[in-house]
Design a protein. Structure first.
Length: 380
């Protein structure tokens, strides 16, 4: 039996940070894993996970039909050469063009819709185009995983996918052995940390405005941003804008880090006022480390926060309400913040253990590989 699995994403960074234990789990189960992504500085680390890396150029930001057709052709050539038993697709373009190529070659496909991104937040021609492409790309998939039931219901209601092949995952899950409870910092001022790619859709602007409001009110707190700047995304925040915020003294930009756990340990609360998510990994990491959370009452974010139990939910796109929820964290005693954080850890153990994700993938792949071959035409 051929046991080669291809896993394709839009960045090697994404594979290393979010799919490392899935790759290890597949390799431990005896699968040959081939990782496909555009090259970046994280690509050399993929070999350490037990997989073989094949670079594939991908225009993640653009919608040029010629470049997208070329991407489909690259996927087709790569899959024809590799002859995998199963194709695992993540992020928009691998999900669409990789799946289309796999279907054409008769390779079974498992998709992961990990959040709908900027094009689904506002209706427009691009949203309609992406929906049509999804409808074709997912039409023959063996399994389509979603990270929350809202996105799942949306795809089914718009006839983008058949309900019978869908299932829900608890995000990408969280490694509870890597992200462990750490006592809150014994210092002032309190540190509020937003971890994300620096995009307007992540609520970064609302976080900055909330920081302004609270500083004017005399609240003694530190507001920090951690994540990639100048990313390939239509809602990316420019370096010039970040420099202006820094010069204003309203926030600190911490850059990027390969040790997110270390940065979470230095924070008293993790904030994510994002407009829409699949399941935000940064909130899972924060909760696993027993940090209280403030997040938008938006798709994906609300799955992680039990309001007033392990954090607070604020109204989306509302900096004033975000400031109010942050001020509630400030008003809590250290003992109360600690208790709130521990409730988050318990929730992660109950609902978001990464093992749940890995086991669902292993079962889905085994079901595909163990399906009986179709009988030749005309025979019973």
């Amino acid at each position: 039996m051929d046991k080669k699995v291809i896993i394709a994403l839009n960045a090697a960074w994404n594979l290393v940070n979010f799919r490392a234990n899935l790759i290890r789990g597949l390799a431990a189960a005896g699968y040959e894993v081939v990782a496909i992504a555009p090259p970046d500085e994280y690509a050399p680390r993929l070999a350490e996970l037990g997989c073989r890396y094949v670079p594939l150029s991908m225009d993640n930001k653009g919608t040029h039909p010629g470049r997208d057709l070329l991407l489909f052709w690259r996927f087709l050539q790569l899959l024809r050469k590799e002859k995998p038993a199963v194709y695992l697709g993540y992020t928009v373009k691998p999900n669409i063009y990789g799946s289309l190529a796999a279907h054409l070659l008769g390779v079974p496909v498992i998709n992961n819709i990990a959040g709908l991104g900027a094009v689904f937040i506002q209706e427009g021609w691009l949203t309609r185009l992406v929906q049509r492409l999804y409808r074709v790309a997912l039409s023959r998939s063996a399994k389509v995983f979603f990270q929350n039931n809202v996105d799942r219901a949306l795809f089914v209601s718009k006839n983008l996918v058949s309900d019978v092949v869908t299932d829900r995952l608890p995000g990408s899950g969280i490694d509870l052995n890597r992200f462990v409870p750490v006592p809150l910092p014994d210092k002032t001022p309190l540190r509020f940390l937003l971890i994300a790619r620096m995009l307007w859709d992540k609520g970064v602007g609302e976080f900055v405005e909330a920081a302004r409001i609270l500083k004017k009110q005399g609240v003694n707190a530190e507001f920090c941003l951690l994540g990639f700047l100048d990313v390939q995304n239509p809602t990316a925040i420019s370096r010039q804008q970040m420099d202006e915020w820094i010069a204003e003294g309203v926030i600190r930009y911490l850059g990027v880090s390969d040790n997110v756990a270390e940065e979470i340990a230095l924070a008293d609360c993790v904030v994510l006022p994002s407009y829409r998510e699949g399941i935000p990994r940064t909130l899972l990491e924060a909760a696993a480390m027993a940090r209280p959370i403030v997040a938008a009452d938006a798709v994906g974010c609300r799955d992680v926060v039990d309001d007033s139990i392990n954090g607070y939910l604020c109204r989306p796109r509302d900096a004033t309400d975000l400031a109010d929820k942050i001020s509630r964290i400030v008003a809590l005693s250290c003992i109360e913040r600690t208790a709130m954080g521990l409730h988050g850890r318990e929730k992660m153990e109950r609902e978001f253990d990464e093992r749940i994700v890995i086991d669902k993938y292993l079962r889905a792949i085994e079901e595909i590989l163990n399906r009986p071959e179709p009988s030749p035409s005309g025979q019973s």
